[in-house]
Design a protein around this ligand. Structure first.
Ligand code: PLP
Length: 290
């Protein structure tokens, strides 16, 4: 049986979080009228947990609040959501790698009372992806790279529950015989994966695209860039193109839970995997205790 845990985050009629209540993850908890289910109208975070430590937790909470702000949802109270995550992490402390998903949704239509919960369980085994690497395809996202500035209502760069498009893109990758996707803007800039941030190595520099392109600011990428000098590397944020990816010395899709997955092919063209740096990155990411 899976080791899974659930807590509900209760709210008052003003939208303030009021407390954390343990609940049974095997029982139905959500109203069929909840806008989380009927419209995907909410935000979430997925946090990796290493031996009971929620990783990059402050950054996840900050991004949770940023996404909530972008959707005009109430500000998620750090104290209450911190209690929710720590309660779940404690119960998963026996596992080297676990994950917790926290969700804040608009709640049942017309009630102005948000729905919140946190769910945590054991992480899948990603050793193969982290060492052998993944095959990706480049897919047009159909949005310009200035979409965040021109059309904020499209919520580019918010971590909303509406991930059906990201799932569809992954199915398209599978149809093409690949494992994952790097989205490209309609004006030709590399963006991100459906659940990950692109990082390339060019010589001794790690590079990732800017969040201003309408992509999610990644917590894993930030931690890796902070650690870069441990590996004799510098880091930079700058726009990248498919040609830049093709000529890079190495590339990864990085994210909480799967951590750093090196790219071993792009659109069917094989590329070198930097096994040593991948191992160093993944060792560092797995051991994080903040
Ligand atoms: N970009 C998108 C669209 C994501 O969904 C995610 C994570 O799920 C990321 C990037 C990577 O973010 P993080 O490193 O904080 O997990």
């Amino acid at each position: 049986m899976t080791d899974a845990h659930l807590v509900l985050v209760s709210h008052d009629g003003e939208g303030h979080a009021t407390g954390v209540v343990p609940a049974d993850p095997d029982l139905a908890q959500l109203s069929v009228l909840d806008l989380a289910a009927t419209r995907g109208d909410g935000v979430f975070e997925t946090i990796s947990v290493g031996a009971g430590h929620p990783q990059a937790f402050a950054a996840h909470l900050e991004r949770f609040a940023r996404s909530a702000r972008m959707l005009d949802l109430p500000h998620p109270d750090e104290g209450v959501w911190g209690d929710a995550v720590h309660a779940l992490a404690e119960r998963l402390a026996d596992h080297d790698e676990a994950w917790i998903k926290i969700v804040l949704a608009r709640g049942v239509e017309g009630r102005s009372m948000p729905t919140g919960w946190g769910y945590g369980t054991v992480a899948p085994d990603y050793r193969r992806e982290r060492t052998e690497g993944i095959e990706v395809v480049l897919l047009d996202r159909g949005l310009r790279s200035d979409v965040a500035a021109t059309s904020p209502w499209l919520l580019a760069g918010a971590k909303t529950l509406s991930y059906a498009i990201n799932r569809a893109a992954l199915r398209e990758a599978m149809r093409r015989g690949a494992d994952d996707v790097v989205f490209v803007s309609s004006d030709g800039l590399l963006l991100e994966g459906p659940t990950s941030t692109l990082v390339i190595r060019r010589g001794t520099e790690l590079v990732s695209p800017p969040a201003e392109l309408g992509i999610l600011p990644g917590t894993t990428q930030v931690d890796l860039f902070e650690a870069a000098d441990e590996w004799g590397l510098t880091s930079a944020i700058e726009p990248l193109t498919p040609a830049g990816l093709a000529s890079a010395d190495a590339a990864w899709l990085v994210s909480s839970v799967r951590h750093a997955a090196p790219l071993r092919s792009v659109d069917g063209v094989a590329r070198a995997v930097d096994g040593e740096l991948s191992a160093a990155m993944n060792g560092f990411l797995r051991r994080r205790t903040h």
